[in-house]
Design a protein around this ligand. Structure first.
Ligand SMILES: O=C(O)CCC(=O)C(=O)O
Ligand SMILES: [Fe+2]
Length: 233
């Protein structure tokens, strides 16, 4: 069975004001603020999967460029053989800003995007993975390790991709899955069932070939940022 997510877009009345506050209301640079707010900065619940939320335009293109430069200037990806960087505990300032922005934008909508015990834990995230995928590279189906708490965020940069969710435990021969398109600048949040009862994967094996709604996706390099919190020992 193939299912694709329906878009339950709900725009909170206060959202634009809150986003303006989140991105800083620099009156000398209103363009950047407007781009940051975007016209589709909306949390969408992926209907088929409890606890899975998508914010398509979480970061404006300007903000994506700034973040990408910050990541690349960490110097983690200077060699072709290195495609993943992990940090625990003290995160780089750009990751803390991202984490703050997630909390602010979730708080600003009157929707249960993240249960409040997760949203208000301190810190919200203390573990970071940056993955760099060349065209044709992806990640096989997995549930994130249980050493991490519930409440996981993934931000996409540079290239769109399709992330496939499938039940972690499926009946034999059952082929149930839900595809979600992750555009650059989009953010997904997984909690509850989405985090524990569904696997996620990115299949770009065939020379980077992926299809979304019948259209081939032009694969480029993709960078993702995964934010999680380690369980207490
Ligand atoms: O790159 C992604 O979007 C997914 C990364 C991921 O699932 C992980 O690091 O556990
Ligand atoms: Fe994962």
């Amino acid at each position: 069975m193939r299912r694709s997510p329906k878009n339950n877009s709900i725009m909170d009345d206060n959202e634009v004001e809150n986003l303006r506050a989140a991105f800083g209301d620099s009156s000398d640079d209103d363009d950047v603020v407007d781009q940051a707010i975007g016209d589709t900065t909306v949390w969408e619940r992926v209907e088929e999967i409890n606890g899975l939320w998508l914010c398509r335009n979480f970061l404006s293109s300007a903000h994506q460029s700034v973040l990408l430069s910050a990541i690349l200037s960490e110097g983690w990806f200077v060699e072709d053989s290195i495609n993943q960087a992990m940090r625990f505990g003290d995160l780089p300032s750009w990751a803390i800003e991202l984490s703050d922005l997630i909390r602010e934008t979730v708080e600003s909508v009157d929707l249960r995007v993240l249960p409040s015990d997760l949203l208000w834990r301190e810190p919200l995230f203390d573990q970071l993975i940056v993955n760099l995928y060349q065209p044709g590279e992806g990640i096989c189906a997995h549930v994130d390790l249980l050493r991490f708490e519930d409440g996981i965020a993934i931000l996409s940069l540079e290239s769109p991709c399709v992330m496939r969710f499938s039940p972690a435990e499926k009946e034999e021969e059952e082929d149930e899955y839900v595809d979600v398109l992750l555009n650059p600048g989009s953010l997904i949040l997984m909690s509850g069932e989405a985090r524990y009862q569904w696997k996620h994967e990115i299949n770009r094996k065939q020379n980077g070939f992926q299809v979304w709604q019948g259209e081939e996706i032009d694969q480029k390099r993709r960078i993702s940022i995964t934010l999680r919190k380690l369980c207490q020992a």
